[in-house]
Design a protein around this ligand. Sequence first.
Ligand code: RTP
Length: 148
Amino acid sequence: MEQTFIMIKPDGVQRGLIGDIICRFEKKGFYLKAMKFMNVEKSFAQKHYADLSALPFFPKLVDYIISGPVVAMVWEGKDVVLTGRRIIGATRPWEAAPGTIRGDYAVEVSRNVIHGSDSVENGQKEIALWFPGGLAEWKSNLHPWIYE
Ligand code: RTP
C-alpha cells in the first residue's frame, strides 16, 4: 500500500493545527503509520530540501524549518501521495482552494503550514531520511467501507 511523508511545519505546530491536520487525513480514510515531534538540525533541513538548494529562497526556507519543532508523519493508503497533496493544497496559499489545509490556514508561501511528498519515489526517500530506524509494525486493517 502506498505511503507518503507529511510534515507539519513550525508554523502549523505553533498555531495549534496538529489535531486538525491529523483529523483531515484520518477522516479521508488514510492510516497514520508513524509520527514524531522533532527539532530539526540545519544540515538535516538542507538535506530534506536539497533539490531546492540553488533557489534564492533556500536559506530562508531552511531557517523557517529549523525555527521550531515539526511533526513528521507517515501516512498510508490508496493514492495517498497525490491525494495528500490535494488535501494540502497548492504551494502558494493564494492559489490553494478553500477546503484545503493551505487554502484554509495559510497566507504566505513562506508560512504554508505543511509539507507532503510530491511523488511515490520521493515519499520513500523522505520516509527513509526521517525514519531511518524504520517504522513500528502495525497492520492497518483497511476498512471495508473505505477500501474494496
Ligand atoms: P513542500 O516541499 O514544502 O511540500 O512544498 P511544495 O512541494 O508545495 O513546494 P516546493 O516548490 O517544493 O517549495 C518548498 C517550500 O519552499 C517554500 N517556498 N518559499 N518564494 C518563496 O519564498 C518560497 N517559495 C517556496 C514553501 O514553504 C514551499 O512549501
